[in-house]
Design a protein. Structure first.
Length: 177
C-alpha cells in the first residue's frame, strides 16, 4: 500500500480558475496541479502561498502530501510539524506525520503521532470542543445547522482517521514485542 493510499481525505473540487498573486489563489493552483499528478507544480504553488502567508496550515499540509508523492519523507515530516504548530488539534496531520515516520522506520515517533491522532479524533467525535480552534468551532456550528447527515459525515471523517491510526499503531507496537 502506498503512502497516500493510507491517508483518508477528499479531493478538492475547484469550480473556477484561481487568480495568481494571493496565497489562497496559489493554494488552489497547487491543488489543481496535485490533482493532475503534477507534484512539482503543486509544491511550487504551495511554497509560493506559504511565502505570502507563513501561517497557511493547509498549504503546509498539502505541500507535505505532494512531497509524500515524491517519497521525500524528511520534507513531509517538516511540513506536517509546521502544520501541527499552526493547528495542533488536526488529527489528519498527526496521522500523516505518523505515516512519514513509519516510512522512515522511526517507529517510536510514528506510534506517538498515531496516538495523538487517535486522542484528538476521539475527543472530537465525543463532542469535546476543547480540541477545536475558533475556525473549527465555526465550521462545526455551520455543519450542525445543516443537519444530522452532514454532522455524521464530519464525525465519520474523524472516526476513519482514528481507525486508521489505531490499526497502524497496533501493527508497529506488535512489531516491537
Amino acid at each position: 500500500m502506498g503512502f497516500l493510499d493510507s491517508i483518508f481525505g477528499k479531493k478538492t473540487g475547484l469550480q473556477q480558475a484561481p487568480k495568481p498573486g494571493d496565497a489562497k489563489s496559489l493554494y488552489k493552483l497547487g491543488c489543481q496541479c496535485y490533482e493532475k499528478g503534477n507534484f512539482a507544480g503543486a509544491i511550487a504553488n504551495y511554497t509560493q502561498a506559504i511565502e505570502l502567508d507563513a501561517d497557511y496550515e493547509l498549504a503546509y499540509y498539502n505541500r507535505g502530501l505532494a512531497y509524500a508523492c515524491r517519497e521525500d519523507y524528511d520534507r513531509v515530516i517538516s511540513d506536517m510539524q509546521e502544520a501541527i504548530r499552526l493547528k495542533p488539534n488536526w488529527p489528519e496531520v498527526h496521522y500523516t506525520l505518523g505515516l512519514a515516520y513509519e516510512y522512515k522506520k522511526m517507529d517510536d515517533k510514528a506510534i506517538a503521532a498515531y496516538s495523538k491522532a487517535i486522542d484528538i479524533a476521539s475527543k472530537r467525535m465525543k463532542g469535546d470542543r476543547s480540541v477545536l480552534d475558533d475556525a473549527d468551532r465555526e465550521n462545526l456550528k455551520n455543519i450542525e445547522a445543516l443537519g444530522d447527515k452532514l454532522l455524521a459525515e464530519y464525525k465519520g471523517m474523524d472516526g476513519q482517521t482514528m481507525r486508521n491510526a489505531m490499526e497502524r499503531r497496533e501493527k508497529l507496537m506488535a512489531k516491537k514485542r
